[in-house]
Design a protein around this ligand. Structure first.
Ligand code: SF4
Ligand SMILES: [Zn+2]
Ligand SMILES: [Zn+2]
Length: 462
C-alpha cells in the first residue's frame, strides 16, 4: 500500500479517462490519493472527487502562482469547503520565486493568510516552495513548530539540505515527487537519504513530473511507486519499508488509515529480522522516543509485556531466511540476557546469523563480564558509543544515576572485551548531536579499539 500525497487529477488532463486513472492507481496498490486545490475552482473540484471516491481526500487553497486572482470571496469560499470532513489540509500555498506569476510581496501576504487559516482550523499545511528558501523559513518560523496545531508537508521537495533541516526542525514532513528519480538530481537524492522515516512522504504532483521510467509522459497516481522504489533504494531499504513508514505518517498527520498495532515482537526491515525484547533501558538518550513514540520504520514497538523466549522463537519462524536476526528494539536487550542467550542459540542451531545491538551496559547491569557467555552465540555486536567523552556521554545518553560517571568507561571496556569473543564488532554513534566530535569517535573506535565505526542518523534504518 502506498499513498499519493499530492495529485491534481481534477484538472483537464484527466477529463478523458479519470475513472481509469483512479482504477489504475487502485490496481497498483495506491490506498489514498490526496487531491490538491490550487484555487477556489480546483479546490471545489477536488472536494467533488473526494465525495465521489472513498480513497480520495482533498485540500483547499490558492497556489502562489494564482494569488494575484484572490478576491473578497476567496477566503470565505475556502473556509466553507474546509469545513467538509474530507477536506484535510490547507493549500497548496507557499512561495514561488522561480516563475513569479504573482508579485512576491503578494505571495508573502497570502502565504501568511493560509498559515493563519491552517492554524485556526488546526489542519496541516501543504507547502509549495521554489527558489524562495530564505523567505520560506523566515515566515514559517514565526508560526512553527506549533504546540497545538499539526505541521504539514513540504511538497515536491526541491530544496537543499539546509531547507530540509529547517523544515524538520519546525516539525514539517518532506515529500518527494518524480523529480527525485531524474538522472541529474544527485543532490536531491543526497537530501532524501537524510530525511527520518517518520517525516517522509512520496507524491506524483501529477499530471506533472512523471518519474523515471515514465518521464516525459503524463504523470498519474499509479506511478507513485516508481518514486517510492527509487527512494527506498537510495535509503538502503525495500519498497515495503518505505510504504509502511509513509502510510503510518499519513495516518499520524491526517488521521486517515490505521495506526500501527503495538506489541510487535519481531519485525523485518530490508532482509534483516529484528527482535523487540524489551522497552526497558538503562539509558535515556536525549534523541530517543522509546517512551513517547516507539516507532521504527512504521512498526510500533510499544510492548504491553515482554515476550517470552518461546513467543520470540515462534515469531521468528525460519531464521535462515534472513540476512541476520538482530536483537534490537526500543530498549536494552542485555537486560534480558538469559532470553538473548536462549533465543540466539536456537537461531544459530537453525543456521541463522545473530547480531546484538546494545548500549554496552551489559557488564554493569550483570556485575560480571558477560562477553564469554556470548561466544558462539552472537556473530556481530554493535555498541552505541554516542560520545567522545564520559561527560558528553552522560549528557546525551543520561544513564541511570548509579551508572553515571562510569558508563562511558565501562562501554569502552565492553567494546574491548567484545573483540575477544565476537567475530564482528562495531561502535556506532547517532549523528547530529552538536556537541559530539564525530571524528574523535571514529578515531577512538578505529585506533583505540580497532573496530568498525558507523555513524547513523536517528530513525534512519531502525
Ligand atoms: S540506548 Fe537506545 S533504547 Fe536506550 S535510551 Fe538510548 S536510544 Fe533509547
Ligand atoms: Zn506545487
Ligand atoms: Zn501541486
Amino acid at each position: 500500500m502506498i499513498i499519493d500525497t499530492h495529485a491534481h487529477i481534477d484538472g483537464p488532463d484527466f477529463d478523458e479517462d479519470r475513472e481509469e486513472v483512479i482504477q489504475r492507481a487502485v490496481d497498483s496498490g495506491v490506498q489514498y490519493i490526496l487531491n490538491i486545490g490550487c484555487d477556489v475552482e480546483s479546490s471545489y473540484q477536488s472536494l467533488v472527487l473526494a465525495e465521489q471516491y472513498a480513497m480520495i481526500y482533498a485540500t483547499a487553497g490558492v497556489h502562489p502562482h494564482d494569488v494575484k486572482n484572490i478576491n473578497d470571496y476567496t477566503y470565505s469560499n475556502l473556509r466553507e469547503m474546509l469545513a467538509h470532513p474530507k477536506m484535510v489540509a490547507v493549500g497548496e500555498t507557499g512561495l514561488d520565486y522561480f516563475k513569479n506569476y504573482s508579485p512576491q510581496d503578494l505571495q508573502r501576504i497570502h502565504f501568511r493568510k493560509h498559515i493563519e487559516l491552517a492554524l485556526e482550523l488546526k489542519k496541516p499545511l501543504i507547502i509549495h516552495c521554489r527558489d524562495a528558501n530564505e523567505d520560506m523559513v523566515s515566515i514559517l518560523s514565526e508560526y512553527y513548530p506549533s504546540a497545538d496545531s499539526p505541521s504539514g508537508i513540504f511538497h515536491c521537495f526541491s530544496g537543499d539540505q539546509n531547507l530540509a533541516d529547517k523544515a524538520l526542525e519546525m516539525g514539517f514532513y518532506i515529500s518527494f515527487s518524480g523529480s527525485v528519480t531524474f538522472k541529474k538530481l544527485d543532490h536531491l537524492r543526497e537530501v532524501a537519504k537524510t530525511i527520518p522515516a517518520d517525516k517522509l512522504f512520496v507524491e506524483t504532483d501529477c499530471p506533472f513530473l512523471a518519474p523515471v521510467p515514465k518521464r516525459g509522459k503524463r504523470n498519474e497516481p499509479a506511478y507513485v511507486n516508481h518514486t517510492a522504489e527509487l527512494l527506498a533504494e537510495v535509503r538502503g531499504l525495500k519498497l515495503e519499508d518505505l510504504q509502511r513508514a509513509s502510510t503510518l505518517n499519513f495516518f499520524e498527520l491526517f488521521g486517515i488509515g490505521e495506526a500501527a498495532p503495538s506489541g510487535t515482537i519481531v519485525y523485518q526491515i530490508r532482509d534483516s529480522l529484528y527482535i523487540n525484547l524489551t522497552n526497558r533501558c538503562t539509558d535515556n538518550c536525549v534523541f530517543c522516543t522509546r517512551l513517547t513514540r516507539p516507532i521504527v520504520q512504521g512498526y510500533n514497538l510499544a510492548l504491553k509485556r515482554e515476550p517470552t523466549s518461546e513467543e520470540i522463537w515462534d515469531a521468528i519462524d525460519d531464521p535462515a531466511k534472513y540476512k541476520e536476526v538482530v536483537f534490537c528494539g526500543y530498549g536494552e536487550p542485555t537486560l534480558r540476557l538469559d532470553v538473548v542467550k536462549e533465543v540466539a542459540k536456537k537461531i544459530k542451531d537453525a543456521g541463522g546469523r545473530v547480531r546484538l545491538n546494545t548500549n554496552g551496559h551489559g557488564n554493569m547491569i550483570h556485575k560480571r563480564n558477560i562477553l564469554p557467555e556470548l561466544k558462539g552465540l552472537i556473530d556481530e555486536v554493535s555498541v552505541s558509543l554516542n560520545a567522545d567523552s564520559s561527560e558528553k556521554y552522560d549528557e546525551i545518553c543520561q544513564p541511570l544515576p548509579m551508572f553515571r560517571n562510569r558508563a562511558y568507561g565501562m562501554i569502552k571496556e565492553f567494546i574491548a572485551e567484545s573483540r575477544k569473543y565476537i567475530p564482528d564488532v562495531q561502535a556506532t554513534i547517532v549523528t547530529q548531536q552538536d556537541s559530539v566530535d564525530e571524528d574523535r569517535c571514529k578515531e577512538i573506535s578505529e585506533n583505540e579499539f580497532e573496530v568498525n565505526y558507523r555513524e547513523r542518523r536517528y530513525n534512519m534504518v531502525g
